[in-house]
Design a protein around this ligand. Structure first.
Ligand code: HEM
Length: 383
């Protein structure tokens, strides 16, 4: 080593984590926290913590979406996608817990500084909008709002110009496809009873599976129906039960016969979802099954986050109008009820049947099942 060589600068914790910069950010509009109450510094800090969690969710979601962008998703990529979804779920669950911290804010304590926020609102959290867009929530599915009328307008600055929040969301809107779109395309390509989309006879094999599954489902419904009739004590009359169980059969038929331009693709994708969940014990279907579960778990965590936020808000400010101009708790409850992205994953829960009641497959070996030799899977699932 020559005497003139520059010594390597080894980092300290505070250099790497940027602690001082971070601790200087809780001063609110005046950038000075000395005049703020503990309630207000808590309010600002908790929101900042959430924005950091949202940032991590977005990064993770981007990686998961990108894994599915390709026309062929390697089986090994599925484990990465499951892990990514599970990490997002874990973060969202922590977000749910964090509402306990803000609930220590007494109503009176919040009201003493609430006026100065107006019309700022969590409604302007660009990152939550980005998460929704990247997941696949369409603008047409959004609930129309109070004052602003449109979720994008709420992100404009007060002079009506583009804010950084607005630009973030615009960039996210341009960054297609959404995770929902690539996830749907992947489901559509999943081979059903060993026959993939575009293979010879794909439509016939799909029809055959749909028929066999619907028949098996019908038998399961008859079984539950008969048992309900045996146990009914007269509180619910026979005719009501008859109608309820036949409606369940009709609902599956309708679910698997969607109309319109996208009908055939939707039918294939819905059948593939049922197929994966029904036969996920087969080696080649175990990761796809785990992924479907991880996606629904992730969406459930987001729904619980919305519900939990609404209950916290009700406790702190009751049912008054929000600082963003919405109806407040009513609006938030509607988002928890209506903002579903993976709708079919929720729908199939109603139509799943016991594994022992499922129709047998002609080509189970395609999915790595070797009753005689215990060989490892040789096929590739999603080309
Ligand atoms: C005392 C605490 C809080 C109150 C009273 C409150 C109240 C509200 C209200 C009334 C809305 C509806 C929009 C409006 O009209 O303003 C809203 C939206 C929102 N809040 Fe909060 N909030 C609080 C804390 C938080 C925290 C800690 C977060 C963390 C991220 C948060 C995130 C959001 C988001 C993302 C929205 C938009 C929801 C959507 O449009 O789907 N809020 N909040």
């Amino acid at each position: 080593m020559t005497p003139s060589a520059t010594p390597v600068r080894r980092p300290n914790y505070w250099d790497y984590i940027r602690v001082e910069e971070l601790l200087a950010l809780q001063g609110g509009l005046a950038s000075d926290e000395t005049g703020l109450s503990n309630d207000e510094v808590l309010f600002i800090s908790v929101h900042q913590v959430y924005e950091l969690w949202f940032k991590l969710v977005l990064r993770e979601l981007g990686v998961v979406r990108d894994l599915f962008r390709a026309d062929h998703v390697a089986e090994t990529a599925l484990a990465g996608a499951v892990h990514g979804c599970q990490r997002i779920t874990t973060i969202l669950r922590r977000c749910v817990d964090h509402f306990e911290v803000i609930e220590t804010l007494p109503t009176a304590g919040y009201l003493s500084f609430r006026d100065k926020l107006m019309p700022a609102s969590g409604f302007q959290s660009a990152q939550l909008r980005q998460i929704e867009i990247l997941l696949g929530l369409e603008a047409t599915d959004r609930i129309p709002l109070g004052a602003e009328g449109d979720y994008l307008a709420a992100l404009k600055d007060h002079a009506g110009g583009n804010s950084t929040a607005f630009e973030r969301v615009q960039a996210q809107l341009a960054d297609r496809p959404s995770f929902l779109e690539v996830f749907h395309a992947w489901l559509e390509r999943t081979p059903i009873d060993g026959v993939a989309l575009g293979d010879e006879g794909d439509v016939e094999v799909l029809d055959c599976f749909v028929e066999a599954y619907s028949a098996a489902h019908g038998r399961e419904i008859d079984r539950s129906h008969a048992s309900a009739l045996e146990r009914t004590m007269g509180a619910i009359d026979r005719a009501t039960l008859d109608e309820r169980y036949s409606a369940e059969k009709r609902a599956l038929r309708d679910f698997l016969s969607p109309q319109g331009e996208d009908g055939p693709a939707t039918r294939r994708r819905r059948a593939a979802t049922l197929f994966i969940l029904t036969y996920q014990d087969l080696p080649l279907l175990s990761w796809p099954g785990a992924l479907v579960e991880a996606v629904i778990e992730m969406e459930q965590a987001l729904l619980i986050f919305r519900q939990r936020h609404a209950r916290m808000v009700e406790r702190v400010i009751g049912r008054r109008t929000g600082t963003g101009g919405s109806s407040g708790v009513d609006y938030l409850d509607q988002t928890a009820l209506r903002y579903r992205i993976f709708k079919d994953l929720w729908a199939v829960r109603t139509y799943q049947i016991r594994p022992e009641a499922a129709p047998s497959l002609e080509r189970a070996a395609f999915y790595g099942f070797r009753a005689d030799s215990g060989q490892s899977p040789s096929a590739t699932l999603n080309g």
